[in-house]
Ligand binder design. Structure first.
Ligand code: PXP
Length: 239
């Protein structure tokens, strides 16, 4: 399993003070030096953390893979095509949410999304769709011609009983297996931390996880390099 690190929260800290530090671009370099296999940033419509300058510089600096998370709007399409990240992850976006709350609703705008994805893929950008773990979403991702699905693990991460956790894990497993059999690359993310990630390691089809908040929270105390290394040891199953 590979690790992609989301650097949004470094920018959140910067924006809290309205200064120019800490810089998510420097964070990306440290994450890569520590062994992360990808860097993720979410350019939100309201630019609450990552901004246009960050995306431009991240594009220049990131040597692994840059995954630009964004809503499927015209503005973001233009930015993606100018920036050419390796991956675009399409997510739903609500102005008032604290973080992405659910997977994409693809059924309601299939034709528009199909064209949108076609445009990105024509620029050799791989397209990932952030989906809730339901088989119907895999069918839709195939229909829309996506390359990757990122399974939303938020509900799994928020479970409070073993029984609920098993139910959610099983949904993730079924979705991952189905997507993999149909030729999609399978990744997962949201709400994953140094504890709840362990059961996910049993799902061999999940090739990559995307982690931000818990990793940055640990980095405050241990330093970013160590926080990335600690997570890499888990996903690479090194004791
Ligand atoms: N994947 C997606 C699509 C996200 O929107 C986020 C949050 O920005 C993450 C992964 C990472 O989630 P977390 O910060 O909870 O690790």
């Amino acid at each position: 399993m590979r690790l992609a690190v989301n650097v949004d929260h470094i920018a959140t800290l910067r924006e809290a003070r309205g200064e120019n530090e800490p810089d998510p671009v420097i964070a990306a370099g440290i994450c890569e030096l520590a062994g992360a296999e990808g860097i993720v940033c979410h350019l939100r419509e309201d630019r609450r953390h990552i901004n246009d300058r960050d995306v431009r510089l991240l594009r220049d600096v990131v040597k692994t893979k840059l995954d630009l998370e964004m809503a499927a709007t015209d503005e973001m399409l233009k930015i993606a095509i100018e920036t050419l990240p390796e991956i675009v992850t399409l997510v739903p976006e609500k102005r008032k949410e604290l973080t992405t709350e659910g997977g994409l609703n693809m059924a309601s705008e299939k034709e528009r999304l199909k064209d949108y994805i076609k445009e990105l893929r024509s620029k050799e950008i791989s397209v990932s769709l952030f989906i809730d773990p339901e088989p119907v979403n895999v069918d839709l991702a195939i229909e829309l011609n996506a390359d990757i699905i990122e399974i939303h693990t938020g509900k799994f991460a928020n479970t409070r009983t073993e029984r609920d956790q098993i139910t959610e894990l099983s949904k993730i497993g079924v979705t991952a297996r189905m997507a993999s059999e149909l030729g999609l690359v399978v990744t997962a993310g949201h709400g994953l931390n140094y504890t709840n990630i362990f059961p996910l390691l049993s799902i061999a089809e999940i090739q990559e996880v995307s982690i931000g908040h818990s990793l940055m929270a640990r980095a405050v105390f241990t330093g970013l390099q160590k926080a990335v290394e600690d997570m890499l040891n888990i996903v690479r199953r090194i004791n």
